[in-house]
Design a protein around this ligand. Sequence first.
Ligand code: PLP
Length: 420
Amino acid sequence: MNNSSTASLALLGGQPEITTRGGHFAWPPIDSRDIEAVTRQLMDAVSIPGRAGIVAELEDALATWLGVRYVVTTCTGTAALHSMYAAAGIGPGDEVLVPALTFHATATPLLHLGARPVLVDVDDDGQLNLDAATGLVSPRTKALVAVHLWGLPENADALAAFAGEHDVILLEDGSHAHGASWGGRLVGTYGRAAAFSLNGPKPLSAGEGGFVATDDTELYYRLLLHGQYNKRCRTEIPSGHPLAKFATTGQGLKLRIHPLAAALARAQLPRLEGYLTGRATCAERICAVLENVPGLRTPRLDPAARASWYTLPLRYESAALGGLPLARFLAAVHAEGAMAVDHPGSTRPLGDHPLFRAPREMIPHYPGAQDPVLGECRGAARVHASTLKLPVWHRPEDSAFADAYAAALAKVARHHKELL
Ligand SMILES: *Cc1c(COP(=O)(O)O)cnc(C)c1O
């Protein structure tokens, strides 16, 4: 790391702030406990058809951690969302309110269920704009899905009030926000059910995986019938239940988690709390440096909110830097060696994607006459266009990276005139 912060920009031939090459941020952190757990699982069982072994252990641990009755693991977060929507009874003709700014998989399973995503704009903090949502409620509105974007939790009280007032099912996509909370209420326990990804970079990682959490017994049976079959369904759904006759096949999909992935997530879970505490310290450290840097706005966190800091979203204010385009600013930041600063690519306004603009060209059975409601969603466009993401490290020994990244950003902002 370089302390010559008054030197000229690396993009213009000066000394870069960071000279350590590549690999500044890696996730998940793997240590001997993970290696031991996965190796033990490898020797024990690599396929688990019932609710047994490591799959049962992981589901029990997740349910205890969240304080919910049921958890069903899946092969991906996308599959978890698909199962959650199906189990909540969402189908053709149903409208589901979805934030306009999220990763596409929050909404793509709805298309496969024949339901209609209705995009709701976000406010300047990237949170769901409930006034906009109110204006989009119709007699067909069945559910609202909350996404805790970048790990900053949505307001649990406001969402519950909205769901109650409009009689819609409150669902969550917690994929950025394992362990985040609002007023002490954990993300994943706000509503009827919550889906989480356990994908590689997520705060809790199985490499690949996901799960759904719920207290609702009926919804739980339907989760099982969506992505599990035979043994699990036969042992967990009471034989007298009207759906028990489908136990052998379920819906015929198979969305099971891999036991080696389950072993990794199970080994990681006890460390999640430490990751979150470390990340919060790191985020505070970066924000303290950037708070007073013109052109960069640090995230506002309500006192009731605890973030998971999946990433640190900065807002780039071009006007404060003489109109310097974000791309030019980012190129200068990268030249300083802060390679892990990023403008979000796939997490973007959903209305940008051809899949939501022309769903039938891709999904032939998508019902006619109910195209997704895309709206204007200027908030989502504005927030996306001006967001820069930073990695948030969790180990004290990585604080030098956090400091160097903050210094690199501050340096480019301070020297912005040279780039105009
Ligand atoms: C990662 C992610 C998903 C999809 O999860 P996969 O495990 O990659 O299928 C869905 N929603 C959000 C918000 C995500 O970040």
